[in-house]
Structure formats: structure tokens, C-alpha cells
Design a protein around this ligand. Structure first.
Ligand code: IVH
Length: 703
């Protein structure tokens, strides 16, 4: 590869890896599979080795991913991550070098052999638990501190929460050292995860993508009482050698078990590669029957003297390596392919599959990414295909089974025209995707942008796919600014709309004028500007005019904004149609300056944790914002620490029962609003039948 091309690719990889690392560790909402992430990381490592002139100390290859408390993340819960105290780790918490091939485990063993130069050693093989890392400190047998991994150097102090995890003893027994640290993983077993997601879905809250995210989200809740109800468990696997006097890792863990600590019993001491392979083969299948998630195995050199000799790189120990299992796969028939046009004009081929079970869910659709991917797979309609879960939620097709190909299997033809508006598709050289260039005329793009604008994480306006379709078809609203010109009279002229629904829609439109600048910026739908980047930009530039005037160089200076994003931002503001939209939205009263959360309205709810349940005159998200704006905290389950249950129409019966049992007051929306200073009392929420079917608050989803 040429130097120039290498530099571009390195920048691109760093940007992608940083963004995905943030989604994984901070937002708890990954969009890329671990496997794909690791492949990109390896590609970056290779390029940096080949072009050392571009290596940089802050490259993701030299840094441990960070979960440190950050501005509210995408999958954060209400009551989550609001300022934990950060404390330095006594010994850095590193990650592990990982691989998907036995060959690399053999290389690891060979390197250790060579470095230890004839000193005999053994391997401790263990499960790689897929949760969130924790570091516990015990002094005089008492649990005194629990820190998350954080950025590896300092972590969030979550001691109060960890005290609520039943399997972690507060007091040790037996002959324990005066003071020591022990590390491990906090896990949410599948059963607790399913129950939690069922409850979240019933409450219209976004479900967690996987048990790992649920565990780390739960550990960052601000109400320890709620943590107690999440069913978290813990398994411990590492005592930093500096803090104890043992000869081997396995002895240290056996001792820890005798002090009452939860240490995995599924460890095995192996003498050689053959035994390591046996262990891997066994657990590749056996792990499917465990009640919690594991994503591989860890091989550690067992003798602590040998560990000390091997030492550490900046990122991981040289005495351990992780072998990761490949994600679970299923095989099924490809029935047909749809070509979907997204809001950016990108055309994505989507496979319709014969329904198949995969990691606990039924999969019917899967993404094929782009035309290159289809060609690479040489895929035909009628083929038997392998499906894997990508970012754990959206499945993807990873291969075909040529042995099963029917004789008449048809080769799909990627369209050369937009499947929606017929405009010839274009492809920029550097892009893998084909695009419909008809930005202002392609219905799918126009509707896609509107849907994005109204979505919950953006402006949170009460309109779903059907409503947006109606607005588009009737020509009432085709751009975000058009929404703010809609009148009640116009809405009532639409099929299925009644008085109350129109009012609720207009109320949500009015409420959207208070949405903070960072979310308005996200709602504009600038390419590559996701929620996190929007937050960073809002904080950095302060208002839209300063952002619009920023040069490429000024944009590149912003942490984590790379070349591609910077160019997309400049291009966005160069377009006069976009400038006009912004002016109209500004005139409508939207916030185009001021970073951060809604300004505090009062502190009448200070110190109160309020749980909400049922439907209200505004969306549940807005209701939670209102609680926070008046100094309160929004909790997600009723406990002794709950001040009151704010109940709308159809509150959850389980929550009501719990309130009765614990003697917790139940407050209606009207009573609640009466507690707040200077706010008009809202009318009774509309019965469900009064809503037009399209006026739902769900975001559009592909699958
Ligand atoms: S040992 C110095 N053992 O995997 C590294 N880690 O990808 C000590 N993990 O940060 C870690 N199971 O959070 C170790 N049996 C195990 C593990 C394990 C899961 C996690 C841990 C680590 C990450 C690295």
C-alpha cells in the first residue's frame, strides 16, 4: 500500500474503532460485532507496524477501551451514570491480547517458551466471561472499594452498587491477607437479562442489546436498591501478583475461594498445547449450556515468577492471551433480496430468510451490506446461507453453503437505478455503497430524514412511520421545518386523526422546542454525526453558526472528529437548502445554541427518586426529563428508596402491587404537575383508540 493510502486508511480505522469503542464501553449499545472490531484493530496494528511514521501514542491500538462515566450515553438508563467518583487503580487494569486462531495460541506458547528459556511452567485455562470488569479491594477481610475498569488507569467508584450483589461477600472468612485486590467480572445471567428486557419493553424503554451491556448499565445505576434487583452475579479471576504471596495463579484463586470469594470452578491446569486444545474444544460446546455469557477462553501462564519475568506491554500482559469463540451461526434459505434506501441515499441489500432460531431469537431478515459483499459471497436467491449476529442485534450473512445450491438459483442483480425513485445510482470511489443522488426528490430519503428527525433520541415528536408516510403523501410536511407549520385543522383533515391525537402531536412539537442543541444537531441528520459526535460538536462550538463557519482544520481539531466526518460537516453547511432549513427551524423556536442538559427548572424534587409507569400526556422520555429538570431522579423499578410512583394511564400492575406492599405513594399526572411550580396542568391523556395508528413513538427499524 502506498504511504498516502495507508495514512487515509489508518485515520479511517482509528475513527471507526474509537466510535465503536465508545458505543461499546460508554453507551452500552454496540453496533459492530466483537469479531469485526477485532479484525479492524488487527488491520490497524499491521498498518502501524508497516508505516511507523504514522504511529501515534493515542492510537486505539495503544489504549484500553474506556467505560469512564461520560455524558449520557445512547443506551443509558434514566438514573444511570450521573457522576461517579473516579479513583486511580493501584495497578493498571489492562486488557488481553486476543485471537480467533489456535495457531496464534501456539505462537503465544512458543514466545513464552523462548522468553522463559527452559524454566518449567504450566498454563491455567479459564473461561472468558462476557460481562463488565470489576476490581475489588478487601482490607481486614472487609470489602472497602469496588472500581470499574474505566480507562485502565482510573475507574468509577461503584462500591455502593457492588455491595448489593449477593455473591460478593462483605466479610471474608479464613486466613486472608490484611489487604489485597481481586479482579473479575460482573455478569447478568440470561434469565435475569430476559426478565429485565421484558420489563423494559413493556415500559417502552429500549431493551439492552446483550447481557454484557445490561450488566455494565446496571452497575452504573445511581440507586443501589435498583442494582440489588437486577440479578447480577460475579466471578473473580485475577489477583494482581504484587498484592499477595503465592507461587502460582491457581493457588491464589483456590485460596480466594476458601476466603468465601466467588471464583470460577471451571478452570483447568494444562501442561501443553494439546491439553489447551482439549479445553477449548470442550467449552466451545459446553458454554452454550452455561446460564451466563462467555465469549472465549483465557490462557494464562500459571507460575507467578514466570508472569513477572514476562511482564506487560502498554496494553496487555505478555503472560496471558484470550482465544475468542466465533459468534453463533445459523443456516437457512435465502428467499429474496430487498434493496432499501436509507435517509442518506445509501442502498442496502437486505435478505429475506426462511425464519431460523439464532442465539435465542427468530431471524427473518439479515443485512448483506453492499454490492461488493454480495459479489464476494457470490450469493444466489435459493441458496442456503450462514447468518451471524453482528452488533448482537442486526444479523448479517457471512457465507453460503455451495453444496446446497439449487440448479435454478437465480443470481441477484444489484439495481442500477434507485428502487424507489428510479434515479441512476452513483458510487464514490472510496465508498462501498451505491447511493441514490436524488436527495431532494427521492421519497425514501425524504421520509427517512423526517423519521430520523422525529425519533426519540432526536426531537422526540409523536410521529411514527405511518404518520410520516401520511405527511409525505399528502404533501403536508416533507422537511423537518414543514412540521412546525402544521395546524390542527390540517391534521384533522388527515385520515384517522381525531381531536385529541392532533393536540398530542402538536404538544410534542411544542415540547421539542426545548430539546437541547446537541440533540437538535443530531436530528439534522448530518452524515457521520451520530449522537456522541453531536454532543462533542455542541460542546466544542457552542452554537450552530460557529459550527457552520468552522473550517476543515478547525473541525479536525475536535477530539475524535476525523477527516471523513469533518468533510461531511463542511459539505452539509455548504448546501443552501440545509441553511434554509436551519433558518426556518430557528424561526420556529428550536434551540441552536447552549450545550448540555435542559436548564434546571426548580429543585422541588431534589433528593427524590421517582418511578414512572403507564402513558402520559407527553412521552415517557420527556416525562423523565421533566423530573430531572426539577431536581429529581427517574428510577426504573420500585424499591424502598422510591419517593413515589408517578402513574399515567395503564400503569404496570406489578409496580402498583409493589407500591402497595412497600407503602409507597402513587401519584397521578395531574397531582404531579400540581407539585411543580408555574406549570399548567395537563388534560387527561388520550385513550389509546383516539390516536391515529401512525402516531406511535417507535423509531423506524430495519428489522
Ligand atoms: S485476566 C491483566 N481472566 O477480558 C488482565 N480476564 O479482554 C487480567 N475477562 O479485561 C485479566 N474473563 O475484563 C482475565 N478469566 C478471565 C477473564 C478475563 C473475562 C475479561 C477482563 C479483561 C478482558 C480482556
Amino acid at each position: 500500500m502506498e504511504e498516502k493510502a495507508a495514512k487515509i486508511r489508518i485515520d479511517e480505522l482509528r475513527e471507526t474503532l474509537r466510535e465503536n469503542s465508545r458505543r461499546y464501553y460508554v453507551d452500552n449499545a454496540p453496533t459492530m460485532s466483537d469479531y469485526d472490531f477485532d479484525q479492524l484493530m488487527h488491520e490497524l496494528e499491521r498498518l502501524e507496524a508497516e508505516f511507523p511514521q504514522f504511529d501515534a501514542p493515542d492510537s486505539p491500538t495503544h489504549r484500553v477501551g474506556s467505560d469512564l462515566d461520560a455524558p449520557v450515553g445512547a443506551n443509558a438508563e434514566s438514573g444511570a451514570r450521573q457522576g461517579f467518583v473516579q479513583r486511580a487503580h493501584r495497578y493498571p487494569m489492562l486488557s488481553l491480547g486476543n485471537t480467533y486462531s489456535i495457531g496464534e495460541i501456539e505462537e503465544f506458547a512458543a514466545r513464552a517458551d523462548k522468553a522463559l528459556d527452559g524454566i518449567p511452567f504450566t498454563y491455567s485455562c479459564e473461561l472468558k466471561f462476557d460481562g463488565t470488569a470489576i476490581c475489588l479491594t478487601y482490607r481486614d477481610g472487609k470489602l472497602v472499594q469496588a472500581l470499574t475498569r474505566g480507562d485502565g488507569v482510573q475507574g468509577d467508584d461503584v462500591t455502593d452498587n457492588v455491595r448489593r450483589i449477593a455473591s460478593i461477600p462483605q466479610q471474608l472468612k479464613g486466613d486472608f491477607p490484611k489487604e489485597f485486590e481481586i479482579r473479575g467480572e460482573i455478569l447478568m445471567p440470561y434469565a435475569a437479562f430476559d426478565a429485565l428486557n421484558r420489563e423494559r419493553e413493556a415500559q417502552e424503554e429500549a431493551p439492552f442489546a446483550n447481557p454484557r451491556n445490561a450488566a455494565s448499565g446496571s452497575l452504573k445505576l445511581t440507586d443501589p436498591e435498583e442494582v440489588a434487583h437486577r440479578g447480577l452475579i460475579c466471578t473473580l479471576y485475577h489477583i494482581p501478583a504484587e498484592s499477595i504471596q503465592f507461587d502460582s495463579h491457581s493457588q491464589a484463586l483456590d485460596a480466594a475461594a476458601s476466603w468465601g470469594l466467588p471464583v470460577s470452578t471451571d478452570r483447568r491446569l494444562c501442561a501443553d498445547i494439546a491439553q489447551i486444545k482439549e479445553y477449548i474444544d470442550h467449552w466451545d460446546t459446553a458454554r452454550k449450556f452455561l446460564p451466563y455469557a462467555t465469549d472465549g477462553i483465557v490462557v494464562k501462564i500459571n507460575e507467578l515468577a514466570c508472569q513477572r519475568m514476562l511482564g506487560y506491554t502498554a496494553k496487555s500482559p505478555r503472560w496471558a492471551v484470550a482465544y475468542k469463540f466465533k459468534a453463533e451461526e445459523a443456516c437457512t434459505e435465502l428467499l429474496s433480496i430487498d434493496y432499501q434506501v436509507g435517509r442518506t441515499g445509501a442502498v442496502t441489500p437486505v435478505a429475506n430468510l426462511a425464519p431460523v432460531q439464532l442465539s435465542g431469537t427468530v431471524v427473518k431478515r439479515a443485512t448483506l451490506n453492499n454490492a461488493d459483499q454480495m459479489a464476494l459471497l457470490d450469493i444466489r436467491v435459493g441458496d442456503w446461507v450462514f447468518v451471524e449476529k453482528g452488533g448482537e442485534i442486526i444479523p448479517k450473512i457471512t457465507g453460503i453453503d455451495p453444496a446446497h445450491r439449487p440448479a435454478d438459483a437465480a443470481q441477484p442483480v444489484f439495481p442500477d437505478k434507485c428502487p424507489d425513485c428510479g434515479t441512476p445510482l452513483v458510487k464514490a470511489e472510496a465508498e462501498a455503497k451505491w447511493f441514490c443522488p436524488n436527495q431532494d426528490g427521492c421519497p425514501m430519503q425524504i421520509k427517512g430524514r423526517l423519521l430520523h428527525f422525529v425519533s426519540r433520541k432526536a426531537m422526540d415528536i409523536l410521529a411514527g412511520e405511518m404518520t410520516v408516510d401520511q405527511f409525505y403523501e399528502t404533501g403536508l410536511a416533507r422537511t423537518p421545518a414543514d412540521l412546525y407549520d402544521l395546524t390542527k385543522y390540517q391534521l384533522l383533515s388527515l385520515e384517522g386523526w381525531q381531536d385529541r391525537a392532533a393536540e398530542r402531536f402538536l404538544e410534542s412539537l411544542e415540547a421539542s422546542k426545548q430539546v437541547p442543541f446537541e440533540r437538535v444537531l443530531y436530528a439534522l441528520g448530518i452524515r457521520y454525526v451520530g449522537e456522541t459526535t453531536a454532543k462533542v460538536l455542541a460542546r466544542h462550538f457552542g452554537d450552530i453558526d460557529t459550527l457552520a463557519a468552522a473550517t476543515l482544520d478547525q473541525l479536525r481539531e475536535v477530539a475524535d472528529v476525523g477527516e471523513i466526518t469533518a468533510r461531511a460537516i463542511v459539505a452539509y453547511f455548504e448546501n443552501p437548502a440545509h441553511r434554509e432549513q436551519i433558518e426556518r427551524l430557528r424561526a420556529a423556536g428550536l434551540r441552536f445554541d447552549g450545550a448540555g442538559q435542559d436548564a434546571a427548572l426548580s429543585d422541588v424534587l431534589a433528593g427524590k427518586t421517582i418511578v414512572i409507569s403507564g402513558n402520559f400526556s407527553i412521552s415517557r422520555e420527556r416525562m423523565k426529563d421533566l423530573i430531572v429538570a426539577h431536581g429529581g431522579k427517574a428510577g426504573s423499578s420500585v424499591s424502598g428508596a422510591t419517593a413515589f410512583l408517578l402513574a399515567g394511564t395503564k400503569p404496570g400492575p406489578e409496580k402498583l402491587r409493589k407500591c402497595e406492599k412497600l407503602g409507597i405513594p402513587v401519584v397521578s399526572e395531574g397531582e404531579f404537575r400540581a407539585m411543580l411550580p408555574d406549570l399548567p396542568e395537563a388534560g387527561a391523556p388520550a385513550p389509546e383508540s383516539a390516536q391515529p395508528s401512525g402516531a406511535n413513538i417507535e423509531e423506524p427499524t430495519l428489522f
